[in-house]
Design a binder for this molecule. Structure first.
Ligand SMILES: Nc1nc2c(ncn2[C@@H]2O[C@H](COP(=O)(O)OP(=O)(O)OP(=O)(O)O)[C@@H](O)[C@H]2O)c(=O)[nH]1
Ligand SMILES: [Mg+2]
Length: 358
């Protein structure tokens, strides 16, 4: 699962990328190469389970982030510069709310709603451009020969066009599963879930709750498939290289109770409709990413396709019950471990032991 980081130039995109992935990348003004990196999904359940199982290894779930470099106003309209985003499952738009006279703002002033609306519009126009080209081709085909599949595609694209024409991103539309399938090949950017990362100044960090009102961004709240995460890039950047204890101390000095990095990664995970199931034993305590609603057999495939294919049963226990029992044996004795079949819908925090033939 991949999230593309976008935003105007000098809004803190590469800084955010560095904070999320803990990668050491240089940030120079105007530098525009693409960075790709992996962020660990914070999960206190793994730490708790490790206290019981003393595993050799703890493995976290991960999300990939892509930083595509500064988007100048004109560059957003150029499809080629957006190409690295086409594969992304979600977009994170870094919006500048911090004021710093030493860092020029491409639009001349701090106005987050203006920046959000203008970049959103650029993405809409980009999708519209791509859609219209396809629409022309389908129309031409239909003139030659009427077939139901092209007719369905034509109607679907017309409906999308109407939405985009009225400046509505595709993520706000409802699609049937077969329509989603038909659209998947286009990789429309406005169809992706969106996270607005509000990069605030450190002077505002202690009043995280009122950020949306103070900057008049209430409009963003009701949007479907959209998350809003206030984030102080400057403080978070200072936290990256600190130990947990040092980080906690610095956060409390700024009046913060929770790491913005963790909040943002959690928001990404939730927005993508992802949950984690866990596996727990002596060699390894580990979180595995699946889409919410996945069956036990499908979940087995996250570990290995052989386990999915040879699936027999899943032994399932809630992580807290396993923790309270202090291990599998007592959890079984207490009848907390259920034997589930391949159609069982896995829940977030299930610890699973798969029985499979090889
Ligand atoms: N004051 C302040 N400065 C920041 C903050 N975040 C980033 N900066 C500074 O803003 C400048 C740009 O940061 P980058 O992370 O490189 O921004 P970017 O969006 O990747 O920039 P481009 O890739 O050039 O478009 C750097 O000098 C950062 O130190 C912040 O939260 N507060
Ligand atoms: Mg950058």
């Amino acid at each position: 699962m991949q999230t593309g980081i976008i935003g105007l130039s000098q809004t803190g995109k590469t800084s955010l990328f560095r904070i999320l992935t803990r990668a050491h990348v240089e940030t120079r003004a105007g530098q525009s190469e693409t960075h790709v990196g992996i962020a660990r999904v914070p999960d206190r359940r793994l730490i708790k389970l490790a206290e019981v199982f003393h595993p050799k290894k703890i493995t976290y779930a991960t999300i990939e982030y892509v930083d595509i470099g500064g988007l100048k106003q004109d560059r957003v309209k150029d499809s080629a510069s957006l190409a690295p985003l086409r594969e992304a499952d979600a977009l994170a738009h870094v919006v500048r709310l911090f004021d710093d006279p030493s860092i020029p703002h491409p639009n001349g002033s701090i106005d987050p709603l203006r920046d959000i609306e203008s970049l959103d519009l650029d993405l809409i126009l980009n999708d519209l451009d791509q859609l219209e080209r396809r629409l022309e081709r389908v129309e031409k085909d239909l003139k030659k020969k009427k077939d139901p599949q092209s007719e369905a595609e034509f109607a679907l694209l017309q409906r999308c066009k109407a939405a985009l024409d009225s400046e509505k991103p595709l993520r706000e539309m409802e699609f049937k599963p077969e329509e989603l399938k038909a659209l998947s090949g286009f990789q429309f950017l406005t169809q992706r879930p969106m996270i607005y990362v509000l990069n605030i100044g450190d002077d505002e960090a202690a009043q995280m709750d009122g950020v949306i009102e103070r900057h008049h961004l209430e409009k963003l709240r009701e949007k479907p498939k959209t998350a809003i995460v206030p984030f102080c890039g400057k403080i978070e950047a200072e936290l990256v290289d600190l130990s947990d204890a040092e980080a906690a101390e610095l956060m409390s000095a700024y009046g913060l109770t929770e790491s913005g990095r963790d909040r943002l990664i959690e928001a990404t995970y939730a927005l993508l409709g992802l949950i984690s199931f866990l596996t727990s034993g002596e060699p390894e305590v580990r979180a595995w990413t699946i889409v919410r609603g996945s069956t036990a057999q499908k979940a087995a495939g996250a570990i290995h396709s052989d386990i999915e294919r040879g699936f027999i049963k899943a032994e399932v226990v809630n992580w807290e019950d396993l923790l309270a029992a202090g291990g599998w044996a007592l959890a079984r004795e207490r009848a907390k471990v259920r034997l589930e079949g391949k159609e069982y819908i896995v829940r977030d925090g299930d610890v699973i032991l798969f029985r499979h033939s090889s």
